[in-house]
Design a protein around this ligand. Structure first.
Ligand code: GLC
Length: 415
């Protein structure tokens, strides 16, 4: 198929391919590579100008413990995540899988085994969809930089890149997501041969989703370190660090609190987007304690409140207003009010344009008494303090007579 036909094919097949992903909402990003041993961020080779020959020594000293991916996948599943994306090769160029494209890989060096295969098996074991991250930029490959100036080098580097991608799409069974990163130094998708490469990917993996970092839009956008909805009609996934570094970095101590993770999930859901939250495992593959300490409660919270999060949510912007005691997600005729600043025995919501048929606490199903007058809904007899013991975010479920909408404007009621 030619390029125009390729793009048409991507559009035409997307609704079916992307449905699971649109409902999944929450995924785990794993950044793991040689850099974990240095513990100073995955850009350490570049930022500290470590010579290739010196950095390469890290390949011999890397000795991960047995099957650490099982613990990641277990944690992901227990935290309410539905898919994972792992770095098969980051910018450092070290391949975590058994590749014929370079000896600089996990099988031929320290680990002595295929870490990507272990990861895929762990995803299967815990019922998670499988995503591969692949960095186009490569600081180790001899042509990774000069491919921008030298045509022969570009050909060699593209053959290497396409060879890697082909292996990843051939040797590990069904793959759900291909997550490209940094397309330096080539300045156009034509120079990268992105359409050709991605057509190959789709031939090998017809149901796959591809992100937008090979300089083509493909299936979804990837806002980074900010959870902001991309324009309507465009699927998006916010990728977020947990502590400001993607790779393991023990000195990065500002871990996002539980409430912030829950808030990010709400913003994602209210914008019909996803959250891909990162963990940088330690050199031996262990998940940092700080991640457990936050994700365990997040998982418990989602267990009780997942209905407000998963599934075919609708965009709340333009439909619902900003509020003082909480924020919204909506689905069909139901509005979910994520109350994170509990007001006490009564909670009032102005401007709802639909009749509320039933109000309840999502976590327990307990019905809530309410009075609705024109422009004002008042929930009554509530506990004095936030009933959510996990994170102080109680979700109030409002089942309505029609699709919820809220109109407040800036004025007040004139009596
Ligand atoms: C950036 C960084 C990279 C990280 C990625 C995740 O592009 O270069 O280190 O893997 O973001 O989105």
């Amino acid at each position: 198929m030619n390029e125009a036909e390729y793009f048409q094919h991507v559009e035409a097949t997307r609704p079916q391919r992307i449905r699971w992903w649109q409902e999944a909402r929450f995924g785990m990003f794993i950044h793991w590579g040689l850099y974990a041993q240095l513990g100073r961020h995955e850009w350490v080779m570049n930022r500290e100008r470590i010579p290739v020959a010196e950095y390469e020594k890290l390949a011999a000293t890397w000795h991960p413990k047995e099957r650490p991916a099982r613990a990641w996948a277990r944690l992901a599943a227990e935290s309410g995540m539905k898919y994972m994306v792992m770095t098969t090769k980051h910018h450092e160029g070290f391949c975590l899988w058994d590749t014929a494209q370079t000896d600089y890989n996990a099988v031929k060096h320290g680990p002595g085994r295929d870490l990507v295969r272990e990861y895929v098996e762990a995803c299967h074991e815990f019922g998670l969809k499988v995503g591969f991250y692949y960095s186009l930029m490569d600081w180790h490959h001899p042509d990774g930089a000069n491919c921008a100036q030298d045509e022969a080098a570009r050909r060699r580097f593209l053959d290497f890149t396409q060879g890697c991608v082909r292996e990843l799409c051939t040797n590990y069974g069904k793959l759900d997501i291909l997550w490209y990163d940094v397309s330096w130094p080539l300045k156009s998708p034509e120079l990268w041969e992105s359409a050709v490469m991605n057509a190959m990917v789709r031939e090998l993996q017809p149901d796959i989703l591809i992100n937008n970092r090979s300089q083509l839009d493909e299936d979804f956008g990837t806002p980074e370190e900010r959870v902001t909805a991309e324009k309507a009609g465009r699927d998006w996934e916010a990728c977020m660090t947990f502590n400001g570094s993607w790779g393991y970095m023990p000195s990065a101590i500002d871990w996002r609190p539980v409430r912030e993770v829950i808030s990010m999930l709400r913003v994602a859901a209210a914008g019909q987007g996803n959250l891909l939250l990162n963990i940088g495992p330690q050199p031996d593959g262990s998940v940092p304690e700080e991640a457990y300490a936050r994700l365990n409660p997040v998982g418990q919270w989602i267990e009780q409140n997942g209905e407000a999060l998963y599934g075919q949510v609708e965009r709340a912007d333009g439909r619902m207003e900003w509020m003082l005691t909480g924020q919204w997600t909506i689905k069909g005729n139901t509005a979910y009010y994520w109350c994170d600043r509990w007001p006490g025995g009564e909670l009032a919501i102005g401007g709802l344009q639909t009749n509320v048929l039933k109000a309840s606490l999502l976590a327990t199903g307990a019905p809530l008494a309410f009075e609705q007058t024109e422009n004002r809904l008042v929930l009554k007899g509530l506990p004095e303090t936030n009933p959510d013991q996990i994170a102080g975010v109680a979700v109030i479920k409002l089942e309505c007579a029609s699709a919820p909408r809220q109109v407040l404007g800036a004025g007040c009621v004139v009596l």
